[in-house]
Ligand binder design. Sequence first.
Ligand SMILES: [Zn+2]
Length: 353
Amino acid sequence: MDVSEIILPGDTPGIEWRVPVMRFNGNDPAAPKVYIQAALHANELPGTALAHFLCGKLRQAESEGRIAGDITLVPQANSVGAAQSHFGELQGRFDLGSRTNFNRDFPLISIRDRAELLDGLDSYPAIDRLKRELIHMALGADLVLDLHCDDESLQYAYIDEAFWPEASDLAAALNMEAVLLSDGESSAFEEAVSFAWKYEVPGERKATLSGKLSVTVELRGRRDVYPGMAETDAEGLLQFLIGRGIVNGAPAVNSVFSGPAVPLDNVEIVRAPQGGTVLFHRDIGERVSEGELLATIVTRPGFVEGDIDIHAPQDGLFLTRTSDRLVRRRGDLMKIAADQPSKAARKAGTLED
Ligand SMILES: [Zn+2]
């Protein structure tokens, strides 16, 4: 294992950030290369915990000469965000300086222009420099896994239709409970990577990308950071790497992904019509039916006439919900992976800001 660091000079004097990068060199040039990063949203640590255990497994495999394809692992990709605290609370999703989501504004380029990502790095603010360094590394691989998590959530992933159903092996290996098929219309990391491949020939869009993968994995919720879970997830990811011929070894029992794989248009994002205290009647992981009572918002404590009931807009799987129990008007309450397209209009691109 080679360990190096991306060194980011700060935007003000006296500051510098460091991002560790682990590399395992494969012994088979024909094997696919993989890039795995975690905690780009700096407050999403399930992936960092997974990477911690995966690293141990990969070092073991390396000592046995079983690393076939090059593996790059960035267990904590965003030291800038990890250092952001506002009134004692970690702010890991948005850059406080620019208000930009750390997982947006990745450069949309053709893979042909990959080398140019590193041109004139000194002229970029630290966070843009970091984004260029990360995506440059990712575009040197065939398979790219960006490990995130949701708020309170099941295990699921955003996977571009261009990689589906080939990527169902990853969904099975990580025991995902749902897959959301995205349409690749944003500057999120995962979509910027697939953009570069789709437009290898600028102006000519490839619809399928066989042998490639770029995915945002949502490793359950933000508080789901436990040794047993992380170890199981790491073993699952190792099995995926074995299945794809990146690590040599005997695959464990072949599991099959049996969860729903739904287009983003089928995701019902249920919002709070008014602010108040939310009382959930149902939990993530449950199948819900159209019209079923999911939550009550207490807008005037002590007066039941102020209660607002929230009902399921259609049948589906209760995928995520907010961990805040005080919700604001129009705030997101939950996501349901529904059986039919949502009636709510959706712009192409990511579900959330
Ligand atoms: Zn995230």
